[in-house]
Design a protein around this ligand. Structure first.
Ligand SMILES: C[S@@+](CC[C@H](N)C(=O)[O-])C[C@H]1O[C@@H](n2cnc3c(N)ncnc32)[C@H](O)[C@@H]1O
Length: 254
C-alpha cells in the first residue's frame, strides 16, 4: 500500500517514545460498543480515506478496481449491469473503465446500468434504477433498458445481516445463486460474472454451476477486502451461453 498502512486501518506500533497515530474513539452515552468500534475502524481505514480523496462513494470501489486490474473485464465498450449498486462506487469505477462518458477518444463507448432496492444518487455516465432484481421480469426489464444483453454482470450484494453467521451464509449463497440465474438470462456468450460470496461450506453447488457455465472461474480476495471478513469474490469469465452450458468443466484458478 502506497501510504504504508495495513488494510483495515491498523498501523504498526512505532515503538517506545513514538506516538501511536491510530485514531481512538471514546465510547459515548447512547452509542453502542459495536457502533464505536465501527467508527474507529472507519477512521483508521486507509481505503476509506483514499475513497474520500479520489471521489469514490465508498471503499468498495477499490475491490472492483483491484479485481479488474487482475482480470480485465471492464474494457472500453463493455455493457455492464451492476446488481445492488448503491451507493455507487462500483458504478463509478465501471463508468471510467468502459468509457461510458466517451472521454477516451478512439475507444469504444460502453454502458453502465445499476439497480438497487434503494434509491441511488445520480452518477454521470450510469443509468440507475430502483429495482429488486428478484422481482418477476427483472431480467427482461434490464435487457429492455440495455437494448440487449450485457458483457458483464457484477454483484456486490449482501443480504441484511441476521447476526447469525450460518444463516447469513445461506442467505448470501441464495442471493448469489439468484444473481447467477439472472446472469444466465442477461449475459452475452463470452461474458463475465463477478460476485461477492462468503467463504463457507454451502457454496460447492454454486461453484460447480459456475464451472459448468463459464470457461474460467477464479475465487479471489482482493487486498481491499478486509482480512477479518469472510467475503471473497468469484470472477467467472467466458460464459458458454444458455444452450451450450455443458462439458468440459472450467479450468480452476482458485
Ligand atoms: C454492499 S452494497 C453495494 C455497494 C456497491 N457495490 C458500491 O460500490 O457502492 C449491497 C447493496 O445490495 C443491495 N441489494 C440487496 N438485495 C438486493 C436486491 N434483491 N435487489 C437489488 N439490490 C439489492 C442493497 O440494497 C445494498 O445497497
Amino acid at each position: 500500500m502506497s501510504d504504508g498502512k495495513k488494510p483495515g486501518g491498523e498501523r504498526k506500533s512505532s515503538g517506545r517514545g513514538q506516538r501511536d497515530l491510530r485514531v481512538r474513539v471514546k465510547s459515548a452515552k447512547g452509542r453502542r460498543l459495536s457502533s464505536t468500534l465501527w467508527l474507529e475502524r472507519q477512521l483508521n481505514d486507509p481505503y476509506v480515506a483514499r475513497a474520500k480523496r479520489e471521489g469514490y462513494r465508498g471503499r468498495a470501489a477499490f475491490k472492483i478496481l483491484e479485481l479488474d486490474d487482475k482480470y480485465r473485464f471492464l474494457v472500453p465498450g463493455a455493457r455492464v449491469v451492476d446488481l445492488g449498486c448503491a451507493p455507487g462506487g462500483w458504478c463509478q469505477v465501471a463508468v471510467g473503465r468502459v468509457n461510458a462518458l466517451g472521454e477516451k477518444s478512439g475507444k469504444k463507448v460502453g454502458r453502465v446500468l445499476g439497480v438497487d432496492l434503494q434509491e441511488i444518487d445520480p452518477i454521470a455516465g450510469a443509468e440507475l434504477h430502483q429495482l429488486d432484481f428478484l422481482s418477476e421480469g427483472a431480467d427482461d426489464q434490464v435487457k429492455a433498458w440495455l437494448g440487449g444483453r450485457a458483457d458483464v454482470v457484477m454483484s456486490d450484494m449482501a443480504a441484511a445481516s441476521s447476526g447469525h453467521k450460518g444463516t447469513d451464509h445461506l442467505r448470501i449463497v441464495a442471493l448469489i445463486e439468484a444473481a447467477l440465474d439472472f446472469a444466465f438470462d442477461v449475459l452475452e456468450p463470452g461474458g463475465t460474472f463477478v460476485a461477492k460470496v462468503l467463504a463457507g461450506g454451502a457454496e460447492s453447488e454454486m461453484q460447480a454451476m459456475l464451472k459448468r457455465n463459464f470457461r474460467k472461474v477464479a475465487n479471489v480476495k482482493p487486498p481491499a477486502s478486509r482480512s477479518d471478513s469472510s467475503e471473497k469474490f468469484v470472477v467467472a469469465q467466458g460464459f458458454r451461453g444458455r444452450d451450450d452450458a455443458a462439458e468440459p468443466e472450467a479450468e480452476d484458478d482458485i
